[in-house]
Every structure is written in C-alpha cells, then in structure tokens.
Design a protein around this ligand. Structure first.
Ligand code: BT5
Length: 335
C-alpha cells in the first residue's frame, strides 16, 4: 500500500511540522476536518508503516520515529522534482526492479515512475551477471525515462546517471570523491559502490523507454558482502564511516538527476564533459578492454561527447562503445 494514497498522509505532514513536539487531538481534528476517532485510525495506519507515534491524554500526539526504509512518504517529503519520483513504488522484495518496471513501461506507465525494493532475489548486472542485493541496507531502484532524443544519444545516459549519482554522493558526504568507471560503475577509494544498468526499448527512429536501474551500496558493512566481492566492493557507510538514511539518499539522487536529465535531453553530454573528465577513474591509466573474447591493452584517454571511451592505441585514438574495462595496475588506486 502507498502511504500517499491513504488519508494518513495529511496527518503525517502535521505531525512532521512538530518534530518531537506534541500536537493536540483537538487541533488535529479542526485542521483535518475529522473526528477524534478518524485521527486515531490514521495514527494506527502510520504505525503500520513503521512510524512511532506517542499518544497521551491531554497532550495529544507526538511523532518520535520514522521508518528507515525508503517508503514513498519518506522520499516524497524530501523531493524537489517535478516529474522524477512523483510516482513511487516501494516493494519489500522483487526479482529485479528493472524487470518489474519494464513491464509497467510496456503497459504505458508514465515517465518518472520510480520503483525501489528492499531486496532483490535476481538483481541483474550487464550480461546477466548478478547484483548482490541483501535486504534493509541499500538502494535497488529503477527509474522510467522516455527521452525524446535521437537513438544514438541513449548510449550516454548511463554516464549522465553516474554524474548525477556522483553529485548526490558529494552533497551527502563532501569528504568522498566518487569516480566514474566507464561505462556504468561508480567507485570510491578503489572499490565499486554502485552499478548502473540501462535497459532500452526502441525502434530505429524512436525510443519507447529506458529503464534506468541503479544498485547503490548504502549501509553494507564488510561482513554483509559475499567473500568474493569483499576485495572489490564498498558502500557509502564503509567509505564515510557513518550510515545514511536511504530515503534521503534516494531523494537527493532524484533531485540531482532531474535538472541534469533535462539538460542532457536538450544538449547531450557536451555540457557535462569537463565534469565527466574530472570524474573519470580511467583517464590516463593503463587498462584492458574486454569485448567478448577480444582483449585490447591500452591507455584510457578520456570520454568523448557521445559517451565513447577513448583509448590510445598504436594506430591512434579509438572510440569504444561497449565492453568491460579493467585497470591493469590496481595498486595505489585510491579513487
Ligand atoms: C552493473 O553490472 O554494475 C549494473 C548493476 C545494476 C544493478 C541494479 S539494482 C536495481 C536494478 N535492477 C536490476 O536488476 N539491476 C539494477 P556489471 O557492470 O555487469 O557488474 C556486475 C558485477 O558487479 C558482478 O559480476 C559482481 O562482480 C559485481 N557486484 C555484484 N553485486 C555487487 C554489489 N552489491 N556491490 C559491488 N559490486 C557488485
């Protein structure tokens, strides 16, 4: 159930306006034009969503705690967007948020719909790799976009998402220096904190939709990662030494993404190139590009306006549009 769809949302707004303070039942009844009994029922609804509300005779009600999970009511109250996240779905568990949202997209869902899950049973990376998605710790979300841009611009969308994520992480933890690892990773302190997976449905002349999937490790501790991922993965909590409220992280991300997405829709990656090249983890490093069975060793030379990775080869600069890149010398890599 979506909190926004219940009559409890206006009550929550009133209670939030008095954090840790009391608000009388009488003034709530007058304000919300309902009976004391109706207020009581809505308090029970909010408690079922995970809010802690104290009730005392003569004093009234006091909001003393909010749910940690990024449920819609908690995210919406922090949004400054017009479109992104204005429709939000929260799922305790799903196979993959990208799969779930693609189905909604095929049935005509509107741009901006965001789905977040507490856990995924089959979270996906590229080439059907698995995305480790333990419950109650992180963000696993998908955003429905219907960009009215030429088809060849869509390839650069995951870099734009990466930039918006970087801006959001820096807004929440200015001491961190998240870097983009082409084409779809964010790394902090030499480890992967976030993966992006854009699934597109298009015809040669038109994009129907892009499902932009994001897996961001927010509060994972080292012990929460499977052994195989421990040397290469991190979380905001591990990097910053404190935990983060998932609703706040999600809202910050959507607030950063919306204006950036508008600019990208109008002008492509060009306005972001400076920032992109500053954030580029690979620039200047010796890397190995893997495309299927084909390996290419070279030096990364930045990102092109069309989102291509530029590689310095003996034959000159080559633009690369797909593949996995590994850094050949990982030692000494702090960012
Ligand atoms: C990605 O793929 O990095 C894209 C991951 C996108 C996941 C989100 S979650 C919400 C949405 N719904 C979905 O079903 N997917 C999206 P790729 O570049 O192929 O990297 C996958 C590799 O990252 C795996 O093979 C592991 O090595 C590593 N990995 C898996 N889980 C990880 C985690 N939680 N943290 C860091 N690394 C991880």
């Amino acid at each position: 159930m979506n909190l926004g769809a219940t009559h409890a949302a206006p009550l929550l707004t009133r209670l939030r306006a008095h954090p840790q303070g009391w608000i009388s039942g009488q003034s709530l009844c007058a304000d919300l034009h309902c009976s004391r009994n109706a207020i009581w029922k809505q308090v029970e609804v909010l408690r079922r969503f995970g809010y802690t509300i104290e009730a005392r005779p003569r004093l009234g009600y006091c909001l003393t705690g909010a749910p940690e999970a990024p449920i819609p009511g908690e995210v919406e109250s922090r949004l400054t967007t017009r479109v992104l996240g204005r429709e939000l779905a929260w799922l305790p568990s799903v196979d993959s948020t990208n799969r779930w949202l693609a189905e909604k997209a095929d049935h005509g869902a509107r741009e901006g719909l965001v789905v977040t899950a507490d856990t995924q049973t089959a979270g996906r990376g590229r080439l059907d790799r698995l995305w480790h998605s333990p419950p109650a710790l992180n963000l696993y979300l998908s955003i429905l976009l219907r960009p009215a841009v030429p088809l060849d611009r869509a390839a650069s969308l995951s870099l734009l998402l990466g930039l918006a994520l970087r801006r959001a992480i820096r807004a929440l933890a200015p001491e961190l220096d998240p870097r983009l690892k082409w084409p779809n990773d964010i790394w902090i302190q030499g480890r992967k904190v976030c993966g992006i997976l854009c699934d597109m449905r298009a015809e040669p002349d038109r994009i129907h939709h892009v499902v932009a999937g994001i897996g961001l490790n927010v509060n994972t501790t080292a012990g929460d990662f499977p052994e195989k991922l421990r040397p290469t993965a991190t979380s905001l909590r591990l990097a910053a030494g404190r935990s983060f409220l998932r609703a706040g992280v999600l809202a910050t991300l959507l607030n950063e993404l919306e204006p950036a997405y508008q600019e990208w829709s109008a002008h492509g990656l060009a306005p972001f190139l400076d920032e992109l090249n500053k954030a580029d983890l690979l620039k200047g490093r010796l890397v190995t590009l893997t495309q299927g069975t084909h390996l290419l060793a070279s030096r990364a030379n930045g990102i092109a306006p069309d989102g291509a990775l530029l590689l310095q080869t003996p034959a000159g600069i080559t633009s690369v549009y797909s593949g996995d890149v590994s850094i050949r010398s990982i030692s000494g890599l702090r960012n």
